[in-house]
Design a protein around this ligand. Structure first.
Ligand SMILES: [Zn+2]
Length: 132
């Protein structure tokens, strides 16, 4: 059922193509970074034989940090993949919660944005849960 909101201007094909390229490039950058982190993590693991307690604490801290970093990279990858799916499904640029068109400026800053600013704030405040 078309609503008044769907009359809002959809992104042009050119914009979508540019967005897709940008998303794919960012995806690759994260993958490269992720591979780098894996290598670093392995190195930290290999160096874990040190007897010194401080060194051991530092290694543990670094591993925690690395895991956290990898986690946020995984989240971002998931967001980028979801955005690419929305480009294919021609729903890119629509808020996944209220279906309002996300302003171009926001999409430029956060090309994988799922929500408009209003809904994003609600997600961050835990007012509604993100849908996967
Ligand atoms: Zn919204």
């Amino acid at each position: 059922m078309p609503s008044a909101k769907s009359k809002a201007k959809k992104p042009s094909k050119t914009t979508l193509q540019r967005t897709r390229k940008q998303l794919e490039r960012q995806r690759q950058e994260i993958l490269d970074l992720y591979q780098h982190d894996l290598a670093e993590g392995q190195r930290a693991h290999d160096e874990g034989g040190a007897d010194d307690l401080v060194d051991r604490a530092n290694n543990a801290y670094n591993r925690e940090f690395m895991l956290a970093l990898s986690g946020s990279e995984r989240d971002l990858l998931r967001d980028i993949d979801a955005a690419l799916e929305r480009v294919d499904a021609a729903t890119y640029g629509e808020c996944q919660h209220c279906a309002t068109r996300i302003p171009a400026a926001r999409l430029k800053a956060v090309p994988w944005a799922r929500y408009c600013v209003v809904c994003q704030e609600q997600v961050e405040q835990g007012i509604f849960l993100e849908t996967d």
